[in-house]
Design a protein around this ligand. Sequence first.
Ligand code: HEM
Length: 513
Amino acid sequence: MSKEYTFEEVAKHNKEGDLWIVIDSKVYDVSKFVNLHPGGANVLYADSVAGNDATQAFFGLHRHETLLKLQYARLQIGTIRGEEEVIKALAPGELSTVPYAEPSWLADGYFSPYYTQNHRKFQKAFRKFCMEVIYPEAVRCEENGKRISQEVFDKLSEINFLPMRLGPGKHLEGRSLMGGIVKPEEFDYFHELIVNTEIAHFGTRGVVDGLFNGGVIAVPPILNYGSPELQAAVLPDLLSGKKFVALAISEAFAGSDVSGLQTTAVKDGDHWVVTGTKKWITNGTFADYFTTGCKTETGFTMIFIPRGEGVETKPIKTSYSAVAGTAYVTFDKVRVPVSNTLGQEGAGMSVILSNFNHERWMVTATSQSAQRLIVEECLKWSNQRMVFGKPLNAQAVIRAKLGKMISRVESGQNWLESITYQMNNMTYAEMSSKLAGPIGLLKQYISKNGREIAEDATQIFGGRALTVTGMGKLVENFHRTSGFDAILAGAEDVLGDLGVRQAIKKMPVNVKL
Ligand code: HEM
């Protein structure tokens, strides 16, 4: 490895059985690898490659991470004397220097009124944690579709990951958040925004939803409406990732139209008997409990149902990874104590509504971060890809697409941060009355942006955007999964309409054109 060569020495190794190449000042002996090369042998025997500096050819066809994989890294036998590597992978926690790859508050030389030194310290430590603990697992699980390992959940529990994902509040009291970097009483919605942003920045969408998203939406009804006994019995294990809960509302019969749901709970003494089905239940495959919306005599009621006799889950194949645990859930005469009711009987709608703002805001935050990653991918690719003898970004049509993508991401970020600031300064009741409309409109705007960015990125990457591995793998994943943001937590158009209807409701009576 430490051996140094000149380009002249490398040039002598340019034939079958004795083949060296140089990539970014590093010398690789590919004599044996050549027959295993996924791109074929003959491309490596080309005059411009064999015994030559193949840096440009390599980066036109591979991601940098290819060279970092152990099986390929060990092909390196030395370096070129007097030359230094130029292309460096980011160290865990390090910020990207690609323009617009980071929100402006993290970009060198830019400012923001929203973030404190504590947010910066928290972001740095949390990104490092994500890259070291979550990212390797995310890549594995996205491919094999298996549940995230208990070992990783235990590490998440050490930093109090799920409690932080539930936002600021009493549930954080006495907890050490991210190794104590932020005090529980100082944790605010910008800290939570950082958490949502970082976990969505790997391009592994199924894993983001598998990472306690079920808990983020299913725990608050227990936290806010469960009896003290129920809370004491289940919250410690739920918040520490030893047990899992899924929110079971939508059915094949009804989604956004919650009043059309058919799962029924009938009283029999001091028990509910629940019968019905639920569909598209995120994290349902591996959930131990279900926070379930049921039709009861007095209306719509939320009931906490443990997995047990009469409860069955079947994985649903979706266009993203099975690690999200998307399930079809069947309740067949399931008996649950009436004390498992969350909130008042018949008041289930307000239990669900009370959490919708937070859930929708979370979806916009993760979508926004995933979009920014795609902008970075496109900026890098169009800079390194050569077409007609020039970088791809020399084409005006590509620059026009990049311009639109950047504007979408920056405008989304600014609106998201402005709403986050409102959340930080409002009571929960104020948020419910003042932010439901703006968050609905924001979610519509951001999820639409996501699909438009996916379309433009696909055009920029061409055929590479269609393959699950290789150069365009993140664009492919985003193109396949960005539509989820337009559906989960409320359909895009329904939410846009909610925003407008709320505005109409608040129109003053004393104004006319
Ligand atoms: C140490 C050197 C190299 C290694 C370890 C390597 C490894 C790989 C791997 C793993 C792939 C599969 C796609 C991916 O995962 O990105 C691939 C594809 C390919 N490689 Fe290489 N490669 C090397 C050098 C080169 C060079 C110098 C060329 C120059 C022409 C080349 C041409 C190709 C082509 C044409 C493909 C197919 C690309 C595609 O399907 O889009 N490779 N290589």
